[in-house]
Every structure is written in C-alpha cells, then in structure tokens.
Ligand binder design. Structure first.
Ligand code: HPA
Length: 270
C-alpha cells in the first residue's frame, strides 16, 4: 500500500464529515464484538465498504462497520470487524484503519482479541491484560520506506502497551493477570509442538491478530491497551483439545459482557 498518509487523510475527511464530534478513543474489538455493540449508544454506523481505501474482513463473526457511539457517556470510535494477515491482507493494508484513527487524532487505542492460553495458570474464558508481545508474523507493517509524517523510522517499543493504562486497569480489577501475546500468522491453529515452543520463548497467549495494529499505533504515538480472552488451553500438551471457531466464538462471547463492563468503567478514567 502506497501513499498511506494521503489515503488516511482522505478516509478521515470522509468520516469526519459524517459526525459532529470526533472521539479521541478508538476501540477495535475482535471476536465477540457484535455482543459488545449491543451495549453501545450508537451515534453513527459507517460500513467499511463506504470508506475510501478501507479493507473489509471476511471473518464470519465480524460486522465490518466503523461505529461512532457512546459507552458510559464517553464518545468512542469502534472498529467492529478486524482484518487479519491470514485473510491475505498485507499488514500495511490491515492496519489502515489505525492510520485513519491517527489522521482523526485518536490518542488512545483499545483492542481486544481471542487467543489460545500458553500460560497454564489461565482458564478458558479468562480476560488477560496484555503487557507485551512477541511478533512471530512474517511481516511488520512499518517495513519499507518510512513516512516521517506518520512516525519515526525506529519506533521505541519498550512500552508498547501503556503502563499508565495498565495501572488503571489493575486499580479496577486487582486480580487481573498480565501476559505476553504472541502474534502467529494462522489460519491453521498451532500444533502442540508450536504451542510448546511459544510457551518456552515466553508467550502466555497466542493469536492471529493485534500485533500489526499495536506496532502501527505505537508508530502513530498512541497509547495502547489490549485485552485478550483466552478461549482454549494450549499448554501443557496433554491438556490440548481440538478447537473450532465456533468454540472460540462461544467462549469469547461468554466473557465479553464482563469485558465491556470493564471497558466501560475504564473509559471514564482515560
Ligand atoms: N491459536 C491462535 N489463535 C487463536 C487461538 C489459538 O489457539 N485461540 C483463539 N485464537
């Protein structure tokens, strides 16, 4: 994808023309997002297909709309539907919505996803606060010529997951566990040997999304907060059971009410 700055500006203009007030917080919700939408006081829904250059996800559980709405009286953007590397998008393409947020001057990005639990202390359905990541996807959205208008050539990642925001979460939920998310390309789930490797290198969770968005958001200077719903147990190998998309969605949906409650409380203090 070329000329991202100009394209994001054009898409941002299209979006801002349709709303009176521009939120400074962006949410991108993965699996379970349709349930979260029920809790939102909708101001405007814009189909991704209407927005210039916006990609659209083919994942069945994603709705493909940019929603402007209020949660607990706080105005937010919601990316209802996320694009994935395994669908064939480049990481530059799939992070375009984050560039549009950047052009709209969004300051805080809150993401959620579903993941496999590599940490044996996690239980299925547990909401984990992501504190760091390991990028095992064979791409980085910042690869190629750097556009200095978008960010630094070598963005620092020592605090890719905002400490200030994580402290706020822990004030709200002292017992929440923090973990390291490994981004793996998918779409096949990992083999027992791969889960074991990812556990060994320091991963607590593994999933097929989020890392590219977090890299772009950091490049863009945003504060990032990520929650992951651990949907299936992946370690130790004897505890692995076959996993289907339906099960992942069902477990994620069960936890999403608790997650939206938490997000809604947090939004007041961001
Ligand atoms: N691996 C990768 N992505 C996932 C998993 C998993 O086990 N569970 C939910 N998303």
């Amino acid at each position: 994808m070329e000329n991202i700055f100009e394209k994001a500006q054009e898409a941002a203009n299209f979006v801002s023309e349709q709303i009176k007030q521009i939120p400074s917080i962006g949410l991108s919700l993965g699996t379970g997002s349709s349930i979260l939408l029920d809790q939102v006081e909708i101001v405007k829904r814009i189909p991704y297909s209407d927005i210039p250059y916006f990609p659209t996800s083919e994942v069945v559980s994603h709705v493909n709309e940019l929603v402007v709405g209020k949660i607990n009286d706080v105005l937010v953007f919601i990316l209802a539907g996320r694009m994935h590397y395994y669908e064939g998008w480049s990481t530059k393409e799939l992070t375009f919505p984050i560039r549009v947020f950047q052009a709209l001057k969004v300051k805080t990005l809150l993401l959620s996803n579903a993941s496999g639990a590599l940490n044996p202390t996690y239980r299925a359905g547990e909401i984990i606060l992501v504190k760091d990541h390991i990028n095992m996807m064979p791409d980085n959205p910042l690869r190629g010529k750097n556009d200095d208008r978008l960010g630094l050539r070598f963005p620092d990642m020592s605090e890719g997951y905002s400490k200030v925001l994580r402290v706020k979460v822990k004030k709200e939920v002292p017992e929440i566990k923090e973990g390291v998310y490994v981004g793996f390309q998918g779409p096949s789930l990992e083999t027992p040997a791969e889960y074991k490797m990812l556990h060994t290198i320091g991963g607590d969770l593994v999933g097929m999304s989020t890392v590219p968005e977090v890299l772009v958001a950091n490049h863009a200077g945003m504060d990032v907060l990520v929650f992951s719903i651990a949907t299936n147990i992946c370690y130790p190998p004897e505890n692995i059971t076959p996993t289907t998309l339906e099960e992942v969605i069902a477990v994620a949906n069960e936890s999403s009410e608790v997650l939206i409650d938490l997000i809604s409380k947090l939004l007041k203090s961001l």
